[in-house]
Structures are given as structure tokens and as C-alpha cells.
Write a protein that binds this ligand. Structure first.
Ligand code: UTP
Length: 293
């Protein structure tokens, strides 16, 4: 039985929604409380059994590489000061090799994945985006890998979104359903408002057979003038089944400003060190706010 040991994390987008913060730093390095988004993603991949990760970088490559590298000076300093708890937090992630490749121009998510094709070779692989952080009993990617192990087919992670948000996502047009797994007629990238075939939105977790590269090789330009991953998924689905799997877990949208701020509040409320003071602050703040009817 084939399983999945390699993953791609695309992190070469322009991050225009977070400018100027992302002028010199990838948006994947923006922190949720005290940890960069990309570290949550890497932890999910490792807990899902991934052994090799390739990060596709654009500008600000150094910040990501430095973050996942040893910092001897910092580590020695923390040892001297006996700050062992903090030392644990800055150590390199264990049980995983992290590699890097550069996308020279941000031509789209499909192109970013294509840039890692030589590293993947002829094996199934995962893709994780930093736009979504998922908290769940079983890591979201692990749930998808289980589906792959069962079906030996590609599978994309989906969750329900409200009608007024479907135009922001790749949307699935489902046919039959078995448990949480759907067979799919079509995958549509960012359908215009009111035209979405369902509310099942693709959520930045994928497992692919290597045949996806046959379609990414075509470098076809899609929605927004970008080489879209969703278009290649649609083409792959025409020759071999691509399932959609409605994974369990609370998903946090950190790819846009409001979602990012909400996620920071949620995670801060889960953090014992700051929770009580934050609750006091929020209650006080909300008491001072008058909301327009
Ligand atoms: P997004 O569209 O959410 O990221 O792409 P973006 O383009 O950086 O953000 P905005 O829209 O300008 O604010 C989803 C993921 O794909 C990566 C991004 O880094 C993000 O993780 N991506 C996107 C690339 O690696 N290369 C690209 O050419 C485009």
C-alpha cells in the first residue's frame, strides 16, 4: 500500500492583503500569538507522518530558513540563563527534514506546487497552505492521508462555508457521498457570487498522486491571471478520481485580516499565561463599545 511521506508548503505568494507587514517578510511568518503560522502547519504535517517537507519560497526566504535553523547564540544564551522551557520552543522541529526551493515569480499556487516536482518525483504527496490552521483530535492532513491509504486516489480537504463566502474559494460540485467522503463532478475556482455548485470549499490540505504534475506542466492560466491548482485538480479528476473529504476540526482562516485577528484572539484565550488578563481586557473593552444597529 502506498502512503504519503513528502509534503509541499507553498509560501511564495505576495501576501498583498497583509501589506505593509509582508513587504519584506512572507505572510507565513506572521505569528499567531507567539508562533509563526508556518510552524503550526509544519507541526500538523509531522503529526500526520510526513518525513520530508519542501517549502516553496519567494521573497523573504531568509526569514523562513533562519526560523527553522539552529540559532546557537540564542540557544547558548538561554542555557546560560537556565530558560529551558523557552529553549524547547526554539529548537528545530524533530523527525522531519526541511528543504527549500524558490519560485522566481508568483505565477499562482499551481505554479508554486509545480516548482517542487523534481523533489516529489513519482510518489504521492501532500500540499498544505498556511492560510488555514486546523485544530482537531486527528490532524487534518492525517485524516486525508487515511483516505488516500484506503482509496489510493487523490483527495482534497473541504469544509462548509456560508453562501456569501463561496466566491473566495475553490468549490466542489459533489456527486455521491460515503460518510464524509464525496465523489466530485467538478472543481471550480472562485465561482462568481450566486453561481457556486455547493458550499463545500477547498481548505488548503491536499493529497495528490504524481499525475497532477502532468496537468500543472501545461502551465494553463486561470482565474485572476494565475496558474491555478484547482484547474489541474479538475483535469486530473477527468482521468482518475479525486475525492473531496469533509475533514473534522475547527478551522481558522488566517489568510485574511479579520480571520487573522480573530485567530489570534482565539489562540490567546487558549493560552494560560495571558488568558485571564485578556478576558478582563475584552470584557472591559466590549463594555465601552456601542454597536450601530
Ligand atoms: P494566496 O492567494 O492566499 O496568497 O495563496 P497570496 O497570493 O500570498 O495572498 P494575497 O492574495 O496576495 O493576499 C495561497 C498560498 O499559495 C502561496 C501563498 O504563499 C499561500 O500560501 N502562493 C500563491 C505561492 O506560493 N505562489 C504563488 O504564486 C501564489
Amino acid at each position: 500500500m502506498r502512503t504519503v511521506k513528502k509534503a509541499i508548503i507553498p509560501a511564495a505568494g505576495l501576501g498583498t492583503r497583509f501589506l505593509p507587514a509582508t513587504k519584506a517578510m512572507p505572510k507565513e511568518m506572521l505569528p499567531i500569538v507567539d508562533k509563526p503560522t508556518i510552524q503550526y502547519i509544519i507541526e500538523e504535517a509531522v503529526e500526520s507522518g510526513i518525513e520530508d517537507i519542501i517549502i516553496v519560497t519567494g521573497k523573504g526566504k531568509r526569514a523562513i530558513e533562519d526560523h527553522f535553523d539552529h540559532n546557537f547564540e540564542l540557544e547558548e544564551n538561554l542555557i546560560k540563563k537556565e530558560k529551558f522551557e523557552i529553549l524547547d520552543k526554539v529548537k528545530q522541529p524533530a523527525n522531519v527534514e526541511i528543504h527549500y526551493i524558490r519560485q522566481k515569480e508568483p505565477k499562482g499556487l499551481g505554479h508554486a506546487v509545480w516548482c517542487a516536482r523534481k523533489f516529489i518525483g513519482n510518489e504521492p504527496f501532500a500540499v498544505l497552505l498556511g492560510d488555514d490552521i486546523v485544530q482537531s483530535e486527528t490532524p487534518a492532513l492525517r485524516q486525508l492521508i487515511r483516505q488516500f491509504e484506503e482509496t489510493q486516489s487523490s483527495v482534497v480537504g473541504v469544509q462548509q462555508v456560508p453562501d456569501n463566502e463561496t466566491h473566495r474559494y475553490g468549490i466542489v460540485d459533489p456527486s455521491t457521498i460515503e460518510g464524509r467522503r464525496y465523489q466530485v463532478n467538478n472543481f471550480v475556482e472562485k465561482p462568481e457570487q450566486g453561481t457556486a455548485p455547493s458550499n463545500l470549499a477547498i481548505m488548503g490540505r491536499y493529497v495528490f498522486t504524481p499525475e497532477i504534475f502532468d496537468f500543472l506542466d501545461k502551465q494553463q492560466i486561470g482565474a485572476g491571471g494565475e496558474i491555478q491548482l484547482t484547474d489541474a485538480i479538475q483535469m486530473l479528476n477527468e482521468i482518475q478520481r479525486v475525492y473531496a473529504y469533509d475533514f473534522e476540526g475547527q478551522r481558522y482562516d488566517v489568510g485574511e485580516k479579520l480571520g487573522f485577528v480573530k485567530t489570534n484572539i482565539e489562540f490567546a484565550l487558549q493560552n494560560e499565561e495571558i488568558r485571564d488578563e485578556l478576558v478582563k481586557y475584552l470584557v472591559d473593552k466590549v463594555g465601552q463599545i456601542t454597536v450601530d444597529a
